[in-house]
Design a protein around this ligand. Structure first.
Ligand SMILES: Cc1ncc(COP(=O)(O)O)c(C=O)c1O
Length: 371
């Protein structure tokens, strides 16, 4: 199976541990095991757990906790995976056949751009439009979602714009999936990282065509534990489990146990995310405004990321490469998120780290782009 390089992931894997300032992240800065112990994780009990295989589709204890988050869901609606990325992958593997079509929102996390193409599916994009408050271009959407479409993928809140779809937009997307008989994959991994707004509504429950994926990596601040999940109709979940048997069998046993504490402490972790982001966003905005309109953005509603438009024709990859080489600071070029002319910058770190990262980025942007 030939697959295109996942450019952003490869760029991050290559450089994130070598640069001085990794500003390419997208989640709220991670919590430690000690913090989870303070929230109730029983480390002493975990020491005596035999490190055998865990229940491969998630333990009943974890699935039961997750089911409570999604009204009407039972354990049969849930598959626990190694991160949200495996959740997305299992759905693509189990649902797509060569010749199928996938409708893919851009800008986005590009995983389900590459994977469906490797499986012989055609991927049609539809753009979110800044001038429409990052809502979809409905003409493109209508063309992208057609009777051959098997899957429609959105991230909501969106990576990289941090925007949240309106209720009307959500209803419109779901209605179209029903009309053509497509599955909607709603990747909700940034839910809970809202900054100055209420909790993002889930697509769950809007239709039997909805499959939600999510995980601990972003709003919970626990990417290293590698736990994600699928919430979907039982037949889809069963198909995903079959794929899981072949792929990784199941999640890490200790991770499943840690995830129970994380889900029990969801409100606390979400409050932590909000505190970090409401503190950092004004600092970021102040930095951006110092460029006098040369850089602009629509402030993110959720997520630890800012998607910044710059006024120049220089390709975003060339700009990001200069920032890395000359400032030892990593940022994500818009081209690796499906939209040229933008840079994605992390706003989920500690204040002093973020300030120095921004100082370095700013120094290079002034030199490269000459505002
Ligand atoms: C929208 C989206 N989905 C999934 C992932 C991968 O998440 P995980 O670490 O849970 O596999 C990311 C990571 O950036 C993401 O932005």
């Amino acid at each position: 199976m030939k697959i295109d390089p996942f450019e952003m992931e490869r760029m991050q894997s290559t450089w994130e541990n070598l640069v001085d300032y990794d500003m390419s992240e997208s989640g709220v800065r991670p919590v430690t095991l000690r913090e989870l112990v303070e929230m109730g994780f029983d480390l002493e009990a975990a020491m005596d757990v035999p490190l055998g295989y865990s229940q491969s589709n998630g333990t009943p204890q974890l699935k039961e906790r997750l089911a409570r988050i999604y009204p009407g869901a039972t354990e049969g609606n849930i598959e626990v995976s190694n991160g949200t990325s495996e959740a997305n992958y299992l759905i693509a593997l189990s649902q797509l056949r060569p010749g199928d079509e996938v409708a893919f929102e851009v800008p986005n996390y590009m995983q389900l751009w590459g994977v469906p193409r490797s499986l012989g599916a055609k991927v049609n994009r539809f753009r979110l439009r800044l001038e429409c408050g990052w809502e979809p271009d409905w003409d493109e959407f209508a063309r992208a979602v057609n009777p051959t479409t098997r899957l429609v993928y959105v991230s909501n809140p969106n990576n990289p714009t941090g925007s949240v779809l309106s209720d009307q937009a959500m209803a419109r997307i779901v209605r179209r999936c029903e009309e053509v008989g497509a599955w909607l994959i709603a990747d909700e991994v940034y839910q809970g990282a809202e900054i100055l707004r209420e909790r993002t509504k889930s697509f769950w429950g809007m239709s039997d065509r909805v499959i939600v994926t999510s995980g601990l990596s972003k709003a919970y601040g626990i990417p290293g534990v590698r736990i994600g999940w699928i919430v979907g109709p039982p037949e889809v979940v069963a198909d995903c489990w079959s794929q899981h048997d072949y792929l990784t069998i199941g999640p890490n046993k200790l991770s499943d146990i840690i995830a129970r504490t994380a889900v029990d402490s969801r409100d606390k972790l979400y409050a932590r995310a909000r505190a970090v982001l409401t503190h950092n966003l004004p600092i970021f905005t102040g930095w951006l405004e110092s460029f006098g309109g040369f850089l602009s953005f629509r402030p993110p509603e959720a997520g630890a990321i800012a998607f910044v438009k710059y006024r120049s024709d220089l390709p975003s990859l060339a700009v990001a490469e200069r920032v890395r080489q000359n400032q030892s600071t990593l940022i994500v070029p818009g081209s690796q998120l499906g939209m040229e002319g933008y840079l994605r910058i992390w706003i989920g770190g500690r204040e002093e780290f973020m300030r120095e990262g921004l100082r370095r980025i700013g120094k290079e942007l002034r030199a490269v782009l000459g505002p």
